[in-house]
Structure formats: C-alpha cells, structure tokens
Design a protein around this ligand. Structure first.
Ligand SMILES: Cc1cc2nc3c(=O)[nH]c(=O)nc-3n(C[C@H](O)[C@H](O)[C@H](O)COP(=O)(O)OP(=O)(O)OC[C@H]3O[C@@H](n4cnc5c(N)ncnc54)[C@H](O)[C@@H]3O)c2cc1C
Length: 482
C-alpha cells in the first residue's frame, strides 16, 4: 500500500514543536520517540525522515549478496528471505545490515553495498537524550581508544568520516585499515553527522524520568535543563545504551574515593600524586584502560583477578567485557596496551614494580581514609590502604523509568525478551530496544537494529492505516444501505 500519509499530523497527533526554553510543563504528541542519541538513536532518526537503505551491489565476488537483488530494500523479506545472515552479532536485525557493509570472512573487509534513498514521507518523531548526539562517547574519557578500526565507527547513510577530523593510531602492523581512533574524535564525528538530522526534533540535555503506558501509546515525563515536558507518543524506541555501572556491593562503595567508569577514575586519579596506590576491581576493557592510565601517571595498581579467569583465559565467561579483553591476548602489534595488562594479569608471579595481582580476593569494606578489607575464602583477610578504588565490573541498561500501572518497573530485572528480527519487546507492540542496551556491545552489530525498528514501525503504521480504511469502507457501505 501507498505509505505516503504515514506519520506527520495525519496519522497520530500533531507535529511536535518543543519549546526548549520552556520553564513550565508542556504537553506534546508525536508518533515515535527515540530515547538516546548514540549511534543507534541517530540512525533511527535518520531513517524516520523517510529514508531507506537499498542494495546497490553488483559485484559478483560478494557471493552472499545476489546481484538480482540490486536496488531492493535490504529489509525486503520477500526479496531476501532467510539468506541474509552474517557471521557475527547477536541478532538477525543487527546482522542484516552488517552483511551489506562487510564481507563475512575474517578479517572482514568493507563492502560498501548500500545507498540511502528517500523512499516515502517522514514519520513524525523526536529524539530525547541526556547527552549530545554521540551518546555514551560523551561520557568516556576523551583519550579512550576504540577497539574497533576507526572506519567501523562510521554511520551508514551519513557522510563518510573525514580522515583529518580523527585522531588515528596506526598499529605496529602498519595496517591502515586497522587504525583506531578515540572518544574525542568520535564525539566530533557524531555531532557532525547530527547536522543531517532536523534540529527541532533533537532534545539533548533532556532526561526521560518516567514512561507509562496510556491508551494512545506512551506518556513520557522529561526533565530538561530549563523545564519539564510531557510527551505523548505512539511508539517508544529505547536506544539508551549501557549506562548503569554494575555495583559490587561493598561497604563504602559510594564514597568519593571510588569510581565506576574509566572517565571518572581518570578524573579522580588526576588529582593524586605519582606513586599513589590504586585498587582496580574488574577485568574487562574499562579496567584495562584504567590500569594503563594509572601506570602512565606513575601509580601502583593492585588488581583483583578471579582464579577461574587465569585458568580459563579466552574461554572465561563474564557478564562484562573480560572475554573481549582476553580475545586480544597475543595481538601485541595491534593492541599493545591491552596486551601489557593481560600479561601483567596472567604472568606466573602476578607481581611487578607497578602491579600486584590478588587472586580470588573480594573487596568487603572501604573506610573513609582508604583502608580496605579484602576477603578470601581460605587466606586471611588483608587490610590495605588505597588512594583510589576503581570498580569496573561492566554496565547494564537502565530501564527503570518504564513503569506499569502499579508504578513498578515494567521491564523487571534481567533481559527483556526481544524479537531479534524486529527488536520489539515481547508482548508490547509499540516498545522497542535498539543498540547496545540489547546486550550486544559493538556498534557494528547493532546499527541494524535501527533499520529493523523503523521498518517494523512503518509496517505497523501502514497496517493501522489499512485497518482505518477498512473501517471507513464498512461505514460507507452502511451509509449506502441506510
Ligand atoms: C571503554 C569502551 C570502549 C568501547 N569501544 C568500542 C569500540 O571500539 N567499538 C564499538 O563498536 N563499540 C565500543 N564500545 C561500545 C560503544 O560505546 C557502543 O557500541 C555504542 O555507544 C552504542 O551506541 P548506542 O546508540 O547503543 O548507545 P549509547 O551510545 O550508549 O547512547 C545512549 C544514550 O542514551 C542516553 N540515555 C540513557 N537513558 C536515558 C534517559 N532515561 N533519558 C535520556 N537519555 C538517556 C545515555 O546517556 C546515552 O547518551 C565501547 C564502550 C566502552 C565502555
């Protein structure tokens, strides 16, 4: 069916025009609200502007993409059926896009098979986020380097990143396609991309504090720097990232000596002297970054490491990014700093001038003066003094603003059940989870969520219009019979 009337003022409510300087509460209506302005929120917004990806592949060497599908929408299930699945990524929605951008062999090479075309009207939408476009990259330490090659961080459908805008780090292998970049460069890049989006629909520095189901869809309470808004929306897309640090639960965890992110640790460590003593709890990527920063500043690190990790290494299962860190082991030419930490963690003595490993110890208590009680199942408790304690045990999405009628959290603890093809929450047809908050950490494998979500919303809107047309037709018939 023709979808030229989808969205906008004709379908659901009025066009949203917010007053960002509001000091009093205002109520607005919109068809789609995207919460989060990271890579995935931005791509979702771009596609809601009436854009769609089509395949323009005509290179027969791309065996998994058939040339007869040229110029077809990449989410045209009739055209593609089940053929389009990639090797990596946790959801079919994520793989569907990835397979048009990279070969499925390792190391993956760029395919560049996509064109973004204007294909239908825009859907009335807004994006609300407590950070500027670029999402979580605004929260990381500016110098925090990517694990992924820099070109993997580009947003498809937006202008290509310009090499001169990025700090680039060439690995010892000299492979330019594996150059890395840093958080500072990505912030700049994503903000440049956001210029493609309608500014009147982007609300950064706004926090969604509550979302509840109402007959028309969702009612959101939004706090801005200058006032509050209430937004009524038909569809809600949560692209909220993994922003809630996992706490360990020791006494004193919320004291000023403790940090829960690399950025916070770097900031707090910058106020300490050389030779300061830092305790690191956690064995993933953020822990490795923090240990490196502490070493750069001449500090000594004590590190709590599970025995099981030392036994299992690459097979170690963790809730955070430990497995990713361990998978970098031995790749010194590309990840020298990560490898330095892995070597320190896993070497036989677990001791050097700047590093002490404590195996299977748990932090039980931290007093205000930095005295820490470290417990072990068999060994006696250790009492040690630290100037800073970095707790870096992974993070989780924060969905606590979603409430049910009894004012309880709507998405209870644990991962909500999501359809991996549409990213729709099980049993709630107008609620989606997109991006890293789905539990898939890497941008490359979650950008496809944006495409799947927008396609599903358009499909729902068009069948809604179909239903309305059927009702109209029945009414017409009744009128004729009277
Ligand atoms: C140290 C580190 C290194 C990484 N390196 C890489 C890498 O090399 N390659 C890679 O692909 N990925 C990497 N990642 C992961 C990367 O950050 C994510 O892939 C990416 O940020 C996902 O984007 P997103 O759009 O899903 O969410 P995010 O970028 O997290 O954006 C979500 C936004 O929503 C906001 N938000 C949340 N709740 C609300 C609310 N209630 N109201 C308003 N706003 C809200 C958040 O504050 C955030 O700004 C790394 C992550 C870390 C921590």
């Amino acid at each position: 069916m023709d979808i030229s009337n989808i969205g906008g003022s004709t379908a659901f409510g009025i066009q949203a025009t917010f007053d960002q300087n509001a000091t009093t509460e205002i109520i607005k209506n919109t068809t789609v609200t995207v919460v989060g302005s990271g890579a995935v929120g931005m791509l979702t917004m771009h596609l809601l502007q009436g854009n769609r990806f089509i395949s323009r592949c005509d290179d027969p060497s791309h065996a998994h993409i058939k040339t007869e599908h040229k110029n077809k929408s990449i989410y045209d299930r009739e055209a593609w059926g089940q053929e389009v699945t990639g090797a990596r990524g946790k959801t079919s929605a994520g793989q569907n896009l990835d397979v048009f951008r990279y070969t499925t062999t390792l190391p993956a090479e760029s395919l560049d098979c996509l064109s973004l075309v204007k294909d239908g009207p825009e859907v009335d939408c807004v994006m609300i986020s407590n950070n500027p476009p670029g999402g979580s990259w605004h929260k990381y330490d500016e110098d925090q380097k990517t694990i992924s090659p820099w070109s993997w961080m580009f947003l498809p459908g937006f202008p290509e990143g310009d090499q001169q805008d990025f700090n680039l780090f060439l690995p010892d292998s000299g492979r330019e396609d594996r150059m890395k970049t840093d958080a500072g460069s990505l912030r700049h890049y994503f903000q440049k991309c956001s210029q493609q989006l309608p500014t009147d629909k982007i609300f950064d520095n706004h926090q969604v504090t509550r979302a509840e189901i109402i007959p028309q869809g969702w009612k959101l309470t939004v706090q801005g720097l200058k006032g509050n808004m209430t937004v009524e929306t038909k569809f809600l897309v949560l692209a909220v990232g993994m922003t809630k640090p996992r706490e360990v639960g020791f006494e004193g965890e919320n004291s000023v000596r403790v940090s829960h992110s690399t950025a916070e640790a770097v900031e707090k460590m910058s106020k300490l002297d050389e030779q300061s003593e830092v305790l690191v709890v956690g064995t993933g990527l953020s822990a490795a970054d923090t240990i490196n920063r502490a070493w750069d500043a001449g500090m000594r690190v004590t590190h709590l490491v599970p025995e099981e990790l030392l036994q299992q290494r690459g097979r170690y299962k963790s809730r955070g990014s430990t497995a990713i860190l361990m998978s970098l082991s031995g790749r010194n030419s590309e990840y020298p700093q990560h490898c330095q930490v892995i070597d320190a963690m896993t070497n036989a003595s677990g001791q050097s001038d700047s590093y002490t490993r404590l195996t299977d110890y748990r932090l039980k208590k931290l007093s205000g003066d930095g005295t820490a009680s470290l417990m072990h199942d068999i060994n006696p408790t250790l009492i040690e003094q630290f100037d800073h304690v970095a707790v870096l045990c992974g993070s989780m999405p924060d969905f606590s603003f979603l409430r049910n009628e009894q004012d309880e959290e709507l998405l209870q603890t644990g991962k909500p059940i999501v359809d991996p093809g549409t990213m729709r929450i099980d049993g709630i047809s107008n609620l989606y989870i997109a991006g890293s908050c789905s539990g898939d950490p890497f941008q490359r494998f979650v950008l496809g969520h944006a495409v799947a979500v927008v396609e599903d919303i358009k499909e729902q809107l068009s069948s809604k219009l179909d239903e309305e047309l059927v009702v109209d037709a029945v009414m017409d018939l009744k009128m004729e019979l009277i």
